[in-house]
Design a protein around this ligand. Structure first.
Ligand code: ADP
Ligand code: MG
Length: 384
């Protein structure tokens, strides 16, 4: 939806013009899965799908929230009443951002917000981060808080971890806040240092497809927490702060130390090899050998399926079918247990791969997947 429509929606709801309109994208992660809470590497890029919010300040301690996509009226909250983990609805995301800003000492005194989003919800494409980041950027601009993008990402993560109560890493919010058009974002999640990596598939005759399996990952929170705790246990057993600190060259020795602790072996092996895969993909992209990232994606999928054990039949079917139909690479992306997979392919093969995946889903009796092409889009920005 365009900025004009969102502004009109604001006027219809609140009876005044908004002070501005902002957008923030969803993302897909090219490679680097479940590394962000291990202080490791990730490489997401922004989707053209965005959350768009029209926002005005208020000075009376009231926060009014409305989503065009949810059949609810306007939610009216008092800033002084915002308490973590008390709201199970969508308003927890924007309210959490306001809470996190105020808790960090920023003088936000209220807001009227009307938003809408084209980021599919619960598809592993980070509709939640888009919602958080668009609100954070708007308030940063309007209240002249002077926060940098990475600082907004940290506050949004805090909103999601503490206020919403979802234990997610820092990748999603940083991607939405910091990605640039035509680039993938190589992010070190330990210190948030970043490098924009040119990622222009079209000029090389390739495409990247996103296949949303339509399997909602909402039941996955418990499993996510278990993996996260398992990684922390592995790091403790190995005497490091985070699994990021195990160098790829030291992996065999580390696994030997874990002995017959089968779960720790699997989790540690995934995280350490996944960090290596991100670095490899970055090197390949920087050297202009984009096609060669295909096998890196496939190896990443195998590691998530066999070692981290967070795939599902639908995601595996996308990857297996796409590869059999001539894709260059494919893997699940996002938290797992549903959501989306990505497929890297030559332009000439896109239609036949799409058809093959759709037919395989029909034959397996799965809900039809949603397939779309992803082009690296801009990060969060002010539209009006
Ligand atoms: P993901 O980030 O992978 O899409 P999450 O479970 O983290 O999945 O976030 C999805 C939640 O974000 C939804 O349940 C809803 O509360 C909120 N959300 C996403 N899009 C919208 C929207 N357009 N309007 C209101 N809330 C939304
Ligand atoms: Mg999310």
């Amino acid at each position: 939806m365009g900025a004009e429509q969102v502004r009109d929606g604001f006027v219809a709801l609140y009876g005044t013009e908004p002070e501005g309109v902002w957008s923030a994208p969803g993302r897909v992660n090219l490679i680097g899965e479940h590394t962000d809470y291990n202080d490791g590497f990730v490489m997401p890029f922004a989707l053209p799908h965005t959350a768009v919010a029209a926002v005005s300040r208020r000075d009376d301690g009231v926060l009014r929230l409305h989503s065009a996509d949810i059949e609810d009226g306007v939610a009216e909250l008092r800033l002084d009443d915002l308490v973590p983990e008390t709201d199970r609805g969508w308003t927890a995301y924007p309210a959490g951002v306001v809470w996190a800003l105020r808790e960090a000492g920023h003088a936000v005194t209220g807001a009227d917000i009307h938003l809408t989003s084209t980021v599919p919800s619960g598809a592993g494409l980070s509709s939640s981060a888009a919602l958080e980041v668009v609100v954070a950027l708007a308030l940063n601009d309007l209240y002249e808080l002077g926060l940098q993008r990475w600082q907004l990402a940290r506050l949004c993560q805090r909103a999601e971890n503490v206020y919403v109560g979802a234990p997610t890493g820092i990748m999603d919010q940083t991607a939405s806040a910091c990605c640039e058009e035509g680039h993938a974002l190589f992010l070190d999640t330990r210190d948030l240092s970043q490098k924009q990596i040119p990622f222009d598939l079209a000029s090389e005759g390739m495409r990247l497809l996103v296949v949303d399996t339509q399997v909602k990952h909402s039941h996955s929170e418990g499993e996510y927490g278990k993996r996260r705790a398992g990684c922390e246990r592995g790091a403790a057993l190995l005497g490091v702060d985070a699994l990021r600190d195990i160098a790829y060259g030291d992996l065999d020795a580390a696994l030997a130390r874990l002995g017959d602790d089968e779960e720790a072996v699997r989790l540690v092996r995934h995280v350490v090899t996944e960090d290596e895969r991100v670095e490899k993909a970055v090197a390949l992209l920087e050297s202009g050998d984009t096609r060669a990232i295909g096998p890196v994606l496939v190896a990443g999928h195998a590691s998530l399926r066999d070692d981290f054990r967070i795939s599902c039949p639908e995601l595996d079917l996308v990857v297996d079918t796409a590869m059999s139909a001539g894709a260059l690479g494919s893997r699940m992306t996002g938290g797992g247990f549903g959501g989306s997979a990505i497929v890297l392919a030559d332009v000439a093969d896109v239609d036949s791969i799409t058809k093959a995946v759709e037919e395989a889903f029909a034959a397996a009796g799965f809900t039809a997947p949603r397939v779309f092409e992803a082009v690296p889009a801009p990060g969060a920005r002010r539209l009006v």
